[in-house]
Ligand binder design. Structure first.
Ligand SMILES: C[S@@+](CC[C@H](N)C(=O)[O-])C[C@H]1O[C@@H](n2cnc3c(N)ncnc32)[C@H](O)[C@@H]1O
Length: 227
């Protein structure tokens, strides 16, 4: 099979039926999030949340960074996969959204693993670099304002340890990446990021055409020099 199977609503429903393991806590957080006008557009699909949890577990990550908390659905999926003593720093420009997630994080018993930092993510990343140092992060998920994605990518790459994994959401950006008429700053930034990622020999990468496009970028380990 060398082609992409189109995902109809019916096939997505089947996919969910046979693969989604969303428990009541996550489902209730999703329901509460979807009451807000932008909720459904902003949060990750539950399948993506489940994938994030699996990736955190697969990489054995102990220190996770998230850029773009919103109501904390993706935060909860990742925090649950941390080992004892693991830590997740998540940041958002406003505390209006993350505080909605807190009771759900508490109900899931992972609130003590999650630290929310409020402010512009560029400043939060700079502070984190000062505090924790380069190559201190095992796993990062980027899902905030699109216009800053190229900056988030570069700053997060500094923070990421060799063989650490970065996941970037919305890399197909509602299909706008292939629309020549779409010249807005968000779409332009995502296009810039995608070509940067394609050509960047600091990472191994794969773009999944799942949800709104999810790119996985694993930081390459430094090769020992020949001399
Ligand atoms: C797409 S939502 C994140 C969704 C979340 N990952 C989830 O699955 O529920 C993007 C979030 O980024 C935040 N944001 C926007 N600009 C930001 C900035 N400059 N710094 C930090 N957060 C920002 C927004 O407030 C919003 O909550």
């Amino acid at each position: 099979m060398a082609g992409q199977t189109p995902l109809s609503e019916a096939l997505l429903a089947y996919h969910r039926d046979v693969s989604l393991r969303e428990d009541d806590i996550l489902r209730h957080l999703r329901d509460e999030t979807d009451k807000y006008p932008m909720g459904r557009i902003m949060r990750v699909m539950p399948e993506e949340g489940q994938l994030l949890g699996l990736l955190v577990a697969l990489t054995g990550a102990r220190f996770v960074l998230e850029i773009g908390t919103f109501t904390g659905y993706s935060t909860l999926c990742m925090a649950r996969s941390l080992p004892p003593g693991g830590q997740l720093v998540t940041c958002d420009i406003t505390d209006k959204w993350p505080q909605i997630g807190v009771p759900y994080w508490e109900a899931a018993g992972v609130a003590d693993r999650i630290e929310v930092r409020i402010g512009d993510a560029r400043e939060t990343l700079a502070r984190l670099l000062d505090e924790s140092g380069p190559e201190s992060v095992d796993f990062a998920f980027i899902d905030a304002d699109k216009v800053n994605y190229p900056t988030y990518y570069e700053d997060t790459l500094k923070l990421l340890r060799p063989a650490g994994l970065m996941v970037l959401d919305n890399t197909l950006f509602f299909g706008k990446v292939i629309d020549p008429a779409a010249q807005d700053p968000d779409t332009t930034a995502i296009r810039e990021l995608n070509t940067l990622l394609r050509d960047d020999d600091r990472v191994d990468q794969s773009m999944l055409s799942m949800a709104d496009g999810i790119t996985l970028a694993r930081k390459r380990e430094r090769r020992p020099s020949a001399d």
